[in-house]
Write a protein that binds this ligand. Structure first.
Ligand code: T1G
Length: 702
């Protein structure tokens, strides 16, 4: 029974129980409708309380149900019945009250909330216009401007703010059922009457274009390339300019339309892909829960300090180890200034920052590893140095502990062979800044045991990272696609005389937050050169292969940090300017590699950049270095800035049609990329059989 109906001293209780997040499907709607009917008819009932079992009130419509026709009773019928109930209906909120869950609450006459409740309308993150009255009732409860901001931001607000805005009428204790019943009894005792939200117009004010533009500008960065905000604005206008019933109908029609957009289908794909990537077929459930109280991190450079903060931010005590006091002090200084900056930007309060900072202790020896549950080495990319560090840590760590390397290019198996327990060695490939970036590539080497992978996935969850398990190949997944695909093709276009700023403009228009040449300069041209030199020890690559960057590095043209790279930078300014030195260097290199300059239209720039990713992605799948095409989409959308609303490179290829993609790759092989445009076997097969990468994932999941 999804909705349990009980009566407690004249108060009817509709208790929703659909784990794990009480997502709303037809059984929930039918159960609520039945509860309203029974409460209305029973003379002993004075009011109806709607509450939920488990960790949260309803967290939205069941996304699985949104793909097709929504079965009856639908949202309009269910929420209309709640709103029209002749007795007061109260919603008692706890956990994450999102989307359709908040819409149901807003159709109730009164709302109370536990202190930890958070509520919001995240539909924009899924490319959907709320479809259950949210855009029509929210402005009536919190005012039009706040409603617009909440719908555009998509992020939840806490119970105190909700109380302040009038979305919640009462804050109760920790128990939503007991507290809700108390509140309902008090309302009945006070003679509170039903209070349909649709009739509450006092906060409904029309918004002028300037006010709307101000809200959109405030979220401009997140809205880049998006369209859902436009229909949200239309729905908000309808709320202030039409009768409630008309606004509701318009919203329902526009919401159904939004569900059919490629943008929404892509965003929902990424939502589920991020939940699927944590599942590795064939892995047994852990024999004991992960113990993660203490960690050891070796290396206090950019990556080591970021990893230490990611651990401390999740409440884990960290020993940060360095070989000399200067390097250690520098690392601890980076940590101090990072937390100070976070306090200044209001990202964290001073007390929390102190608490986290104090969880990180510096050390000039490895003794701290004796009590660690996990040790992560994050020193610079030197094979022998990393092997010696892993061997020393392995000798000190307790038997249950995990031993990890943050390498982005070296053979994990080769590193693991330096230890006595290679089965507990795993790659934890963080992305810079490691305390911010959500992606974590979990690299499985030939020796890595199932238990170790299970523990690594649990560490990712504990750090609130998106952990994706990948194979121990050349550049793992993300970097391989960047080096063999995207950035290699960019460098070829530079040799063909295309200006870096044009390539960056095209890819930023495509939806990347930053163009590839700017990323190269920001990350450090030398970093790419060093990673490549390590990688090319593992496997050769046909030239020209990143010859521009690898010519800039020895010249000290390292990018932003040296004032020159692909672009030129003024002192203390990150604005890229054309670099007059680049063109002559490029012409010389082009001549050396026999590459002729030619006109490359914008459309071709985009196609070569994106399809080079798809090409290498398909090869990686063929080689079994990624479990799912959707894992690759997660890696690129959460680690490399590929626009989420395009679903990731593999989903995007499906949306183009794989037959077209194959034809394009064959045509592109004539543009000079030759062997890099050979069509991977898997891709040719899928295109030939009219299947997609998504089909391939589904087939393999069976
Ligand atoms: N539908 C279906 N399944 C859902 C779901 C949903 N809305 N939300 C979560 N799940 C599944 C998820 O796939 C996972 O499954 C499990 O629940 C736990 O989730 C009409 C149209 C609530 C904050 O956008 O943000 O309402 O992997 O791992 O980290 O206008 O889930 O275990 O098999 O994420 O604790 C609006 C989406 C919908 C909220 C919990 N609602 N969910 O986070 O757990 S649109 C949302 C979340 C809508 C109306 C419109 C998070 C969470 P599995 P989890 P978590």
């Amino acid at each position: 029974m999804t909705v349990v109906f009980e009566i407690h001293d004249g108060i009817a209780l509709a208790l929703v129980d659909r784990p794990p997040v009480n997502a709303i499907d037809v059984s929930v709607r039918a159960g609520l409708l039945d509860a309203v009917t029974r409460a209305s008819r029973d003379p002993a009932v004075r009011a109806l309380l709607i509450a939920c079992r488990g960790r949260t009130f309803m967290s939205g419509a069941d996304l699985g149900e949104l793909g097709g026709t929504i079965p009856e009773p639908g949202y309009a019928a269910t929420l209309g019945a709640i709103e029209d109930c002749p007795k007061p209906v109260i919603a008692s909120l706890h956990g994450t009250v999102l989307g359709g869950g908040l819409e149901i609450a807003m159709a109730c006459h009164y709302r109370c909330a536990t202190p930890g409740a958070r509520m919001g309308m995240p539909e924009i993150t899924l490319g959907i216009l709320p479809g259950a009255g949210g855009t029509q009732r929210l402005p009536r409860l919190v005012g039009t401007l706040h409603a617009l901001d909440m719908l555009i931001a998509g992020s939840p607000i806490d119970a105190t703010r909700a109380r302040h805005l009038g979305l919640v009428d009462e804050l109760i204790g920790e128990d939503p059922v007991a507290g809700g019943l108390d509140y309902a009894r008090r309302l009945v005792a006070e003679g509170a009457a039903p209070r349909p939200t649709r009739l509450r117009d006092d906060k409904l004010e029309s918004l002028g274009d300037a006010a709307i533009a101000e809200v959109l500008n405030r979220h401009a960065r997140a809205l880049k390339g998006r369209t859902t905000q436009q229909v949200i604005v239309r729905a908000i206008r309808a709320a202030t300019q039409s009768k409630f019933a008309d606004g509701l109908q318009l919203e329902a029609a526009w919401s159904a339309e939004s569900l059919r957009t490629p943008e929404s289908r892509a965003l929902r794909h990424v939502f589920f892909a991020e939940r699927e990537c944590g599942r590795v077929p064939g892995l047994a459930a852990p024999s004991r829960p992960l113990q993660l109280r203490k960690a050891a991190v070796v290396g206090a450079g950019t990556m080591g300090t970021g990893i230490a903060m990611a651990l401390a931010d999740s409440g884990i005590a960290v020993t940060l180890m360095e070989r000399d006091a200067t390097a250690l002090e520098r690392g601890l200084g980076i940590i101090r200034s990072t937390y100070d900056g976070a306090i200044k930007r209001g990202r964290v309060d001073a007390a929390t920052a102190d608490q986290r900072r104090n969880l990180i202790q510096g050390s000039l020896d490895f003794e701290g590893a004796r009590e660690a549950d996990v040790a992560i080495e994050a020193v610079f990319e030197d094979f022998e140095l990393k092997r010696s560090i892993l061997a020393r840590l392995d000798a000190l760590l307790p038997a249950h502990a995990l031993l990890a390397s943050n390498t982005s290019s070296l053979s994990l198996a080769g590193l693991a062979e330096a230890t006595q327990h290679p089965q507990r060695v795993v790659g934890l490939h963080f992305f810079s800044p490691a305390n911010v970036m959500r992606l974590l590539e979990i690299v499985r080497a030939a020796y890595t045991s199932d238990e170790t992978i299970v523990a690594a996935l649990a560490i990712a969850k504990a750090l609130r990272k998106t952990g994706v398990v990948v194979g121990d190949g050349f550049g793992f997944v993300g970097n391989r696609m960047m080096l063999d695909g995207y950035f290699r093709e960019v460098e070829l276009m530079l040799l063909q005389g295309v200006a870096p700023s044009r390539i960056d403009a095209v890819m930023e228009r495509f939806g990347f937050a930053m163009g590839p040449n700017k990323v190269n300069d920001m990350a450090g041209v030398d970093v790419g050169t060093r990673v490549r030199s390590e990688l090319l020890r593992r496997a050769a690559r046909q030239g020209p292969y990143h010859v521009v960057s690898d010519a800039l590095t020895p010249l000290g043209r390292l990018g932003q940090k040296s004032g020159q790279g692909i672009y030129r930078y003024e002192k203390d300014d990150r604005t890229p300017h054309d670099n007059p030195e680049l063109a002559p260097l490029v012409s010389r290199l082009a001549a050396e590699h026999g590459i002729a300059a030619r006109e490359v239209p914008d459309e071709e720039i985009e196609r070569r950049c994106v399809l080079s990713l798809v090409n290498v992605g398909a090869m990686i799948l063929s080689e079994g270095l990624a479990l799912r095409a959707s894992d690759i989409d997660v890696i690129w959308t959460s680690g490399y800035g590929f626009p989420r609303w395009r679903g990731g490179p593999m989903w995007y290829a499906d949306s183009l049609g794989l037959k077209q993609v194959v034809d394009d790759m064959r045509a592109l092989s004539a543009t000079g990329g030759g062997p890099y445009w050979a069509v991977p076997r898997l891709l040719a097969e899928l295109a030939h059989s009219g299947r997609t990468f998504a089909d391939w994932d589904t087939e393999r999941a069976r």
